[in-house]
Design a protein around this ligand. Sequence first.
Ligand code: ZN
Length: 82
Amino acid sequence: MTQPSPRLNGTATDAVAALGALWSDSFDRWVAGEISASQLRCVLCEQAPCQCPPFGSAGYFALVDRRHRAGPGEAGDAGEGC
Ligand SMILES: [Zn+2]
């Protein structure tokens, strides 16, 4: 059994998080099989299913920028609702 990279050995989540990723609060429920992928709330557009603009479009990057600037736990960004 070969492993492509020791850096990806069981720490992919840590690696992505280290890049500044934001994780949907429903991600754990999806991993646990409690909800389907279509019910997984998108961390960017906060819709389930995802309603993001096409990847790479100006609208997409504006959404990424807005979400990263707001960050988790800041005022008015506590979860449900618009
Ligand atoms: Zn989305």
